[in-house]
Design a protein. Structure first.
Length: 439
C-alpha cells in the first residue's frame, strides 16, 4: 500500500579515534508527508473494521468454485467476528508503525502489504458473514481480469503518449469512438476481425487529431483532450440518434466475443477458469503489456521516445526528429485505445449506447499516473481498479448491508483514496505536456 520512505544516512563528521560513528536518518518533507498520510489512512481503515465488528455475526463463506466448474473445490468457512477483529488490529498496528517512523528498509512495504491484505480480508468477511450465499472467489478474480482489460489498453495508450511528451486526456473519447465504430462495422459485416480493425482505425483517427493540434499547432494538451472527449460524445451521440437507434437490428447488433479456453491450461482447478478462459482481447491485453515494455526499454525507437519526453531539445541536437517520434508514439497509442474501446462492444453486449464507456478512460488515466508512466506498474493499477469494480458487483448479489449507491461509486472512491493517500507525489516525464518548437 505504500512505498518505503527514502532516508539518507549521515554521520556527525570527523569522529575521535575509538569512538563509534552515529548514523542519523534524514527524511525529506515530501516523504514524511507521504508516510504520515499513509499511516493515518491505514489506521482509519483499521478503525473502520473495528466499527464494522459490531454488525458482524455468523460465519463468512468463500466459494473457490462456481456451480459450472468441472472440479469442485471446497468452500472455505471463516469465523466472522474474530477475523474482522484480527484484521482491524493488524491495520492499526501497521498504521502506528507508519506514523511513528520506526519502519525502515523493507518494513514499510511489508507493513503496507499486510495492511492491504488485512483490510481486504476483513471487509469481505464482514460483507459475507451470515449471508445465505458464499462470496464467489473465482468469479471475483475472473471478473477482475475482464474488467481490467480495457483499462490496460487505455493505460498503455497513455504510457506511449506521455512518455513522448504528449498529455493524453482524450482516452475516454478514443474509447467511445472505437466502441461506436466496432458496433457499426461489426453489425454490418458480422465479422469480429473487421470490427476490431474499425475500432483501431477510429482510435488512431482520434490520436491523429490529438497529434495534429498538440504537436503541429501547439494547442494546450489538457484543454485539447477535453475538447476531443466532448467531440467524441457529440459525434457518436448524434450518429447513434440519427443512424443507429432507428435501425438497431442492422447497425447495432455486432457479434460478441466468446471466452477462448486454452487447451490443457483451462482445466486447471481455480486458476484455469480465472487465467486461461478469457476473451481474445484479454489475451491481447496481456501480450500488449510485454510488447510496450519491450518497445520502450529494449529498442532504439523506445529510447528516442523517452528522450523526447524528457529533454526534446537535447534529442534534437543529436539528430532525433522530435515531431516524427511524437507522432509515431501518439498514433501507436491510438491502436491500443482502439482495442480498448472495442472491448465495450464486442466483449459485452454486442451493442452500443451513448456514453457507455462510463469514465473508464479517466480511470485508465489514473492507472497510468499511479503506475508512474510504466507499462507494468500501470497494468497492476488497472487490475486494482478492475478488482474493486468487480467486488462492488459481487457485494450487491450478497445483499450486503451497504447502500447500493455507495457500491456503485466504490471504484471511484477507491481511485481517489489510492491517488491521494497512497501514491504520494509522482514525477511525470519532464517534457510531458510542453509543446516543442524547434529553435
Amino acid at each position: 500500500m505504500s512505498t518505503p520512505s527514502t532516508v539518507t544516512p549521515t554521520t556527525t563528521g570527523a569522529e575521535p579515534a575509538g569512538s563509534t560513528a552515529v548514523t542519523h536518518y534524514v527524511e525529506s518533507t515530501e516523504k514524511r508527508r507521504q508516510r504520515l498520510s499513509t499511516g493515518v489512512l491505514v489506521a482509519v481503515v483499521g478503525l473502520l473494521l473495528l466499527i464494522l465488528l459490531a454488525s458482524t455475526s455468523g460465519v463468512a463463506r468463500f466459494a473457490l468454485s462456481d456451480a459450472f466448474d468441472a472440479v469442485q473445490l471446497p468452500t472455505v468457512d471463516v469465523p466472522g467476528a474474530p477475523t474482522v477483529l484480527v484484521c482491524g488490529v493488524l491495520c492499526l498496528v501497521a498504521g502506528a508503525g507508519f506514523i511513528s517512523g520506526r519502519l525502515r528498509g523493507r518494513l514499510p512495504a511489508l507493513a503496507g502489504t499486510v495492511a492491504g491484505v488485512a483490510f481486504l480480508l476483513g471487509f469481505l468477511t464482514w460483507a459475507a458473514a451470515g449471508r445465505d450465499l458464499p462470496f464467489p472467489v473465482s468469479n471475483q478474480f475472473a471478473g477482475t481480469l475482464t474488467l481490467a482489460t480495457p483499462l490496460v489498453f487505455g493505460a498503455l495508450c497513455g504510457v506511449l503518449c506521455e512518455r513522448a511528451g504528449v498529455v493524453n486526456v482524450s482516452i475516454e473519447g478514443q474509447f467511445l469512438s472505437a466502441a461506436f465504430a466496432a458496433a457499426v462495422v461489426g453489425s454490418l459485416t458480422k465479422s469480429v476481425p473487421a470490427a476490431l480493425f474499425a475500432a483501431v482505425l477510429a482510435g488512431v483517427a482520434m490520436a491523429a487529431l490529438l497529434a495534429l493540434f498538440s504537436i503541429k499547432y501547439l494547442v494546450n494538451q489538457v484543454v485539447l483532450g477535453v475538447v476531443l472527449n466532448l467531440l467524441a460524445v457529440g459525434v457518436t451521440g448524434f450518429l447513434f440518434d440519427q443512424l443507429v437507434q432507428p435501425n438497431s437490428a442492422k447497425y447495432n447488433s455486432a457479434p460478441v466475443l466468446e471466452p477462448v479456453p486454452i487447451p490443457g491450461l483451462s482445466s486447471i482447478p481455480f486458476f484455469g477458469r480465472v487465467l486461461f478462459e478469457q476473451s481474445v482481447l484479454a489475451y491481447l491485453a496481456a501480450l500488449s503489456v510485454v510488447v510496450v515494455w519491450l518497445l520502450l526499454f529494449k529498442t532504439s525507437w523506445g529510447l528516442r521516445v523517452r528522450a523526447v519526453g524528457e529533454h526534446p531539445h537535447a534529442a534534437d541536437t543529436v539528430g532525433i526528429s522530435v515531431t516524427r517520434v511524437r507522432w509515431s508514439a501518439v498514433l501507436a497509442g491510438g491502436i491500443f485505445a482502439g482495442l480498448g474501446g472495442a472491448f465495450f462492444t464486442l466483449a459485452a453486449t454486442g451493442s452500443f449506447s451513448k456514453e457507455f464507456t462510463v469514465g473508464n478512460g479517466f480511470i485508465a488515466l489514473a492507472a497510468l499516473i499511479m503506475g508512474r508512466w510504466h507499462p507494468v506498474l500501470a497494468t497492476v493499477m488497472a487490475l486494482f481498479f478492475g478488482f474493486v469494480t468487480q467486488m462492488a458487483s459481487q457485494l450487491q448479489t450478497l445483499s450486503t448491508p451497504m447502500p447500493s449507491q455507495f457500491l456503485l461509486i466504490l471504484p471511484y472512491v477507491a481511485t481517489i483514496i489510492a491517488v491521494a493517500g497512497l501514491v504520494g507525489r509522482v514525477r511525470a516525464p519532464a517534457a510531458d505536456g510542453i509543446p516543442y518548437e524547434k529553435s
